[in-house]
Design a protein around this ligand. Structure first.
Ligand SMILES: NC(=O)c1ccc[n+]([C@@H]2O[C@H](COP(=O)([O-])OP(=O)(O)OC[C@H]3O[C@@H](n4cnc5c(N)ncnc54)[C@H](O)[C@@H]3O)[C@@H](O)[C@H]2O)c1
Length: 329
């Protein structure tokens, strides 16, 4: 079987989490890299030894040796890249969030369906042992149901300005928090009601950077997010990767931990171990799954549906904005 040729569309920060796992994969290679910024293309080529580099997406998509693409552009540009790739017959691994609106996500999903290409969403927590263990502890009933998952994050947020642009990145309540919406759906099932109240601490940006959102699920479980990316650049007020607990009628889970989940029950603390892994492991497993799906035609574990439903929660929260209200989904 010939090797799967992968093209990168967007060669910024997150593409560096993916690219090494194509290079090291025995059944794949990087066929071409594209970015609108020529310097980013050159840096990619120097770092990963990719012969083909271009600033033209059309040129990349016209290549026969590109079987599949990884879309790593700013979120607002995901739809153009995914739809063009699908029409060119290329399978797609698309970074999260899928797009800024459900309508755009649906266009992307339809284009991939029509072209008969795979669409995988890069919700990398699905390959992380700690997140999988958190879900398992909840499903095992160790702390009872329904639960309230509280998520707190506070810092200056993402490194490049587009993340704070309303149209391109949308700020933390879509960009970072979409991981939580996806994980909550994966763990609890469908969302049914949302309330939110957002703010803008940074006066220079157009996206909401701070606020609170409460998502109720049909199961009775709840996700409460109290997040900010609106602070000056001194780092985070809590752990850099946020602070989480899950409260249930029989106890609580606290994480992230140091290789263990702390589960507090009436009789004291129980440390639940999981096999320690790193971000590189998650991204490696995710890429291996994508390559396997392209090879076999198997549907990806995390696809358009996950992208659409997580975006639905995000879009609803952003639309509520600073006019607090309750929206039934
Ligand atoms: N999975 C994760 O945990 C995770 C982490 C960070 C970012 N992301 C997502 O990955 C995507 C990219 O984020 P990033 O951190 O790499 O951003 P970045 O700003 O570091 O890189 C984006 C790159 O895209 C290029 N670009 C801009 N417009 C383009 C276009 N139209 N076509 C091709 N290239 C274009 C830019 O020149 C830049 O090199 C976003 O959707 C972001 O939300 C996911």
């Amino acid at each position: 079987m010939s090797k799967i040729g992968i093209g990168f569309i967007g060669c910024g920060g997150i593409h560096r989490a993916h690219a090494p796992h194509v290079v090291e994969h025995p059944d794949a290679f990087i066929a071409c890299a594209m970015d609108v910024n020529e310097e980013a293309v050159k840096k990619h080529q120097a770092d990963y030894g990719t012969e083909c580099g271009t600033t033209s997406m059309e040129e990349l998509l016209a290549r026969d040796d590109v079987d599949a693409v990884v879309v790593c552009t700013p979120t607002g540009y995901h739809p153009d890249a995914v739809i063009a790739a699908a029409r060119a017959g290329k399978h797609v691994l698309c970074e999260k969030p899928m797009a800024m609106t459900v309508a755009k996500c649906e266009e992307m999903a339809a284009a991939c369906d029509e072209a008969g290409v795979q669409l995988q969403l890069a919700f990398v927590r699905h390959y992380c042992n700690e997140w999988l263990k958190m879900r398992e502890v909840i499903h095992d009933g160790m702390i009872g149901r329904p639960v309230v998952w509280r998520s707190v994050s506070g810092g200056s947020g993402a490194p490049t300005p587009w993340f704070f642009d309303k149209e391109l990145g949308g700020g933390p309540f879509i960009d970072g928090a979409v991981h939580n919406y996806d994980w909550a759906r994966f763990t609890f099932g469908e969302a049914e009601r949302i309330c939110a109240n957002l703010r803008r601490l940074k006066q220079t940006t157009t996206a909401w950077d701070t606020g609170t959102a409460v998502v109720d699920f049909e199961s009775g479980d709840q996700l409460i997010m109290c997040w900010s990316w609106g602070l000056p650049g001194f780092g985070s007020t809590v752990r850099a990767d946020g602070a989480h607990d899950v409260l249930g009628p029989g106890g609580a889970i606290m994480f992230p931990g140091d290789g263990k989940l702390s589960v507090r029950l009436e009789d004291g603390e129980h440390l639940v171990e999981f096999e320690p892994d790193t971000g590189a492991d998650w991204f490696r497993r995710q890429m291996a799954h994508f390559i396997e799906c392209v090879q076999t035609g198997r549907q990806p574990q995390v696809g358009a549906r996950e992208g659409i439903e997580a975006t639905r929660i995000a879009e609803t929260i952003l639309n509520i904005g600073d006019r607090p209200g309750v929206v039934e989904l």
